[in-house]
Design a protein around this ligand. Structure first.
Ligand code: CA
Length: 394
C-alpha cells in the first residue's frame, strides 16, 4: 500500500489513554490542523476501536517469505489473464492516461493488479473496513506510530471535507489504504486526480481516476517516459560478482561488453544506465535495473513488491516467466537469525547498517565484503550456509 510507514517496535511506559478521551484529543488536533470541528465530531464521536486492525500491526514484524514466494502468489496466470482483459476493456482510457502522464499501460495495470487485484479487494468484507475507524483505532492504539496515524486520520477527514468521498465510501485496508490504488490518505490528498471529470477524485468507483492517480504519482516521483523498469539478465561463466553491487550504474552497452546480456531487449536502449542486482545470490536470476525501478520502489520500498509489479508488467506485455529459476531449496533465515548474521558481520568489522533483522543494501554490502575477505564469490546473499559459516568461526 502506498505511503504506509513501517516503524520499529518500542514499548510505551504510560498507561493507555481511554479511547473516548483519545478521540476528543484527535478532534481538537484536527481542528488545530484546519479540519472543521463538527465534521470531525460527526465521524469520531461514539466510535469503538477495531481490534482486528490492531492485531494486524502485531503481525507485521516477521517477514521471512522468500522473494519468489511473494512473486508467485501475486503473479498468477489468472492475474495475467485478467490484466490483459482489462487492458482491452480500458484501452481508450489508458491511451489518454499515457498521453497525459507518459506512464505505460502495462505498468499501470500491474500496479492495479498487485495493489488491489484490479479492485477485487474492494468487495471483500474481510479486507475492507471503514477507514476513519481503522485510523482512529491506530492513532489511539499503536503507540509506536501514533503521530503518523493521527496525521493520516486528519488527511482522511480532509478527503471527506473536500467532498471526494462520502463517509460510507471512505473504506480501506486495515491501515487505511484507500481504493483501487491503495493510497494512504496523505498520498490521496497530494496525488489523486479526477481524470473522468465528474468533480470528485474517486479511487473506489472510478477506474480512470484510480489509474490516472497512479500515473500521476509515478511521474511525480520521476518516472521516465518510454523507459522500462529493466530486465532479467544472464551472467557469463566466471563473472566477477563484485560488479553486481546494486549501486554502480553502467550503460547497457557496457554491461553487454562485460558479458551481461538482457534475456530480452525490447524496450531497452544501449545508452540506458542500469545497476546489476542478484536478489537471491549467484544461484538465482540476475536483474539489470533502470531508473524506473527505483520509482516503483517509491510506491513500496520492499524489493519483492517492486519486482512483482515489474514482472507482472512484463507478463502483461506478453513476456514469459523468468529464464533462471530461484534457489527454491534454500531455507529462509528468520528474523532472529538475520539479526545474528548482522551482529556477527559487525563484530568482524563489516558495517551492516544496524542490527534490525532486515536484509537491505547495507547488509548485503557487508556480506559481499565478508565473502570477498574469505575468498567466497561475493554475491551478497544472506542464506543459511553463510550464517552457519559465520557461527563456526572463532
Ligand atoms: Ca472523478
Amino acid at each position: 500500500m502506498l505511503g504506509l510507514a513501517l516503524g520499529t517496535t518500542a514499548a510505551r511506559a504510560d498507561p493507555p489513554e481511554p479511547f473516548p478521551a483519545c478521540l476528543d484529543r484527535l478532534i481538537t488536533q484536527g481542528e488545530t490542523a484546519g479540519v472543521d470541528r463538527s465534521l470531525a465530531e460527526a465521524q469520531l464521536r461514539g466510535l469503538t476501536p477495531d481490534e482486528g486492525v490492531l492485531a494486524n500491526t502485531r503481525n507485521q514484524a516477521e517477514f521471512a517469505r522468500p522473494v519468489w514466494a511473494y512473486l508467485e502468489a501475486s503473479v498468477t496466470d489468472a492475474k495475467v489473464a485478467e490484466g490483459r482483459r482489462l487492458l482491452s476493456v480500458w484501452g481508450t482510457t489508458l491511451d489518454a492516461i499515457e498521453a497525459r502522464y507518459g506512464v505505460d499501460r502495462d505498468t499501470l495495470v500491474a500496479f492495479w493488479g498487485v495493489e488491489s487485484s484490479y479492485g477485487a479487494v474492494l468487495d471483500d468484507p474481510s479486507i475492507v473496513r471503514p477507514a476513519i475507524r481503522s485510523l482512529a483505532t491506530l492513532a489511539c492504539g499503536d503507540a509506536t506510530r501514533a503521530d503518523y496515524w493521527r496525521d493520516e486520520l486528519i488527511a482522511a477527514l480532509r478527503i471527506l471535507a473536500a467532498g471526494d468521498a462520502t463517509p460510507e465510501r471512505l473504506t480501506g485496508s486495515w491501515a487505511g489504504a484507500l481504493g483501487h490504488t491503495q493510497f494512504m490518505p496523505s498520498v490521496f490528498l497530494k496525488r489523486a486526480v479526477d481524470f473522468d471529470g465528474d468533480g470528485r477524485r474517486d479511487l473506489w468507483g472510478s477506474v480512470p481516476d484510480a489509474l490516472a492517480s497512479t500515473a500521476h504519482y509515478l511521474v511525480t516521483e520521476g518516472w521516465r517516459r518510454g523507459e522500462r523498469w529493466g530486465a532479467e539478465a544472464v551472467l557469463p561463466p566466471g563473472f566477477d560478482l563484485s560488479l553486481a553491487d546494486e549501486t554502480t550504474a553502467r550503460p547497457l552497452a557496457e554491461w553487454r561488453s562485460l558479458g551481461v546480456n538482457p534475456v530480452r531487449s525490447d524496450g531497452l536502449a544501449d545508452d540506458q544506465r542500469a545497476t546489476l542486482f542478484l536478489p537471491a545470490g549467484q544461484r538465482g536470476p540476475a536483474f539489470l535495473l533502470l531508473p524506473n525501478f527505483a520509482v516503483i520502489l517509491r510506491y513500496n520500498t520492499a524489493f519483492a513488491y517492486a519486482l512483482t509489479v515489474a514482472h507482472l508488467s512484463d507478463r502483461l506485455r506478453g513476456q514469459p516467466g523468468f529464464a533462471t529459476d530461484w534457489p527454491r531449496g534454500d531455507r529462509m533465515l528468520g528474523t532472529e537469525e538475520r539479526r545474528d548474521l548482522q551482529d556477527r558481520l559487525v563484530a568482524r568489522g563489516f558495517a551492516a547498517g544496524g542490527i534490525d533483522g532486515k536484509i537491505g543494501p547495507r547488509t548485503r554490502a557487508a556480506i559481499r565484503a565478508y565473502q570477498t575477505s574469505i575468498g567466497l564469490p561475493p554475491d551478497g546473499y544472506a542464506d543459511a550456509g553463510l550464517l552457519d559459516r559465520l557461527r563456526a568461526e572463532p
